[in-house]
Design a protein around this ligand. Structure first.
Ligand code: SF4
Ligand code: SF4
Length: 401
């Protein structure tokens, strides 16, 4: 993840503390939803269909801060609904910043110009503006004309006032590699967005639109073509190189949704931001009472097409942490897969007995990190056989020691 240095160091030291404490499951980032109400009605949204009594509610500041503190996560993404409709959203943000949490405020940007004076630029704060495509595509995605132009004007205003501005782009099966290339190039080059996030859309059970979601193979093909010809390296994408490899189908992971848990007005959501199999009061309870092994592609039919950030970016982060080569690659942006550090990483892997491969194009060396990663290797059919063959090749190629 091309994080700023302060954020990298803090998140890195947090991960190291978890490893030293031998914690198997812990949050990297909390998805905080302090309300479900929104000023838009996107067809693909799975949040605004809550009953009217819940749509009216706003989470008290103390409850929001208490949940984040109890989890211990170093980063918080505030979503909803539209967080800027919460009357005390600025207080929630400033209280989290006081606690040195990195805060990402996700917004459709319609209220941003009106509310911007309540916020101050900070190394701990970034706006994350929802932009699904260029003008016509975005307005179609949010089911309202003129939203793209308002969002772009709000982004320019926030940047002119010294804020860090990121974007989040959801990709549907109506997208082509060219529509994704067009929007990412515009955001990167024309608007100067600090970091861009991309996500294949998930078919929320409650979303009115159930037709425009990508399958796994469609997602892989779309991203392979989108990232081709060196474009991936030119864009400031807010993901680990391994998560981008995952989107392209160069590697595969198990779901580690416990790494990006969701806390809303209803409580901690089981098992993730996308599916709701019940709610509990604390993060500890979420960890202890969720049957994590029953979720992920190949385990639960509702997960079959999921390649979402909330399930697989923690897997990619943990795999990155477990590999010297991948850690350096993440720090540098992108390195060649054939770099000389592969030998060092392979030596580490041999000592630890862990190695994960994608469908024949890349080998990812994992340290003995929490459960989801090593299970991904053992259980995903894509790795069987080929993993053993590639592993033998690497082990034989390096000297003992
Ligand atoms: S802007 Fe976000 S929260 Fe609002 S309706 Fe659209 S997808 Fe849902
Ligand atoms: S694969 Fe993981 S993140 Fe995706 S829907 Fe299933 S549990 Fe949630």
């Amino acid at each position: 993840m091309p994080m700023p240095m302060r954020q990298s160091l803090r998140v890195g030291s947090y991960l190291m503390r978890q490893k030293l404490a031998r914690n198997k499951k812990f949050p990297l980032l909390v998805e905080l939803e302090p309300l479900f109400a929104c000023n838009l009605k996107c067809a693909g949204c799975g949040k605004i269909q809550q009953p009217h009594t819940i749509l009216k509610q706003r989470m008290p500041v103390e409850q929001a801060i208490g949940a984040v503190e109890e989890s211990g996560a170093p980063m918080v993404s505030i979503a909803g609904g539209e967080p800027l409709m919460h009357p005390q959203i600025d207080v929630i943000v400033s209280e989290l910043i006081k606690r040195k949490k990195f805060v990402f405020l996700c917004t459709n940007a319609l209220l941003l110009p009106k509310k911007i004076d309540k916020f101050k630029p900070s190394p701990y704060f970034a706006w994350v503006v929802h932009i699904d495509g260029l003008r016509e595509r975005h307005d179609e995605s949010v089911c309202k004309d003129g939203v793209f132009d308002e969002a772009v004007a709000a982004i320019k205003m926030a940047k002119s006032r010294g804020f860090k501005v990121n974007t989040n782009t959801t990709v549907f099966n109506t997208d082509t590699p060219q529509t994704v290339i067009d929007v990412l190039t515009y955001l990167n080059d024309d608007l100067g967005i600090d970091e861009m996030q991309i996500s294949p859309a998930y078919a929320y059970e409650k979303a009115p639109d159930q037709e425009h979601f990508l399958g796994v193979e469609e997602t892989r093909e779309l991203f392979r073509k989108t990232f081709a010809d060196g474009r991936r390296k030119k864009w400031r994408l807010n993901h680990t190189p391994l998560f981008l490899d995952f989107l392209e189908g160069k590697t595969d992971f198990g779901c580690t949704a416990w790494g990006i848990p969701s806390y809303s007005l209803l409580g901690w959501q089981k098992p993730c931001y996308l599916m709701s199999d019940g709610y509990v009061k604390t993060y500890s309870e979420l960890i202890e009472t969720t049957d994590w092994d029953s979720y992920g592609r190949g385990k639960d039919p509702r997960c079959a097409n999921c390649m979402a950030h909330c399930g697989y970016e923690p897997s990619a982060v943990l795999a990155t942490m477990g590999s010297l080569r991948e850690t350096i690659r993440a720090a540098r942006g992108n390195l060649s897969t054939a770099d000389p550090l592969a030998g060092l990483a392979a030596a580490k892997a041999r000592r630890r007995g862990s190695l994960t491969t994608g469908p024949g194009t890349r080998v990812v060396i994992c340290a003995p990190v929490p459960d989801g990663i090593s299970r991904a290797r053992q259980e995903s059919p894509i790795h069987s056989g080929k993993a053993q063959r590639l592993r033998t090749t690497f082990v034989q190629a390096i000297p003992p020691g």
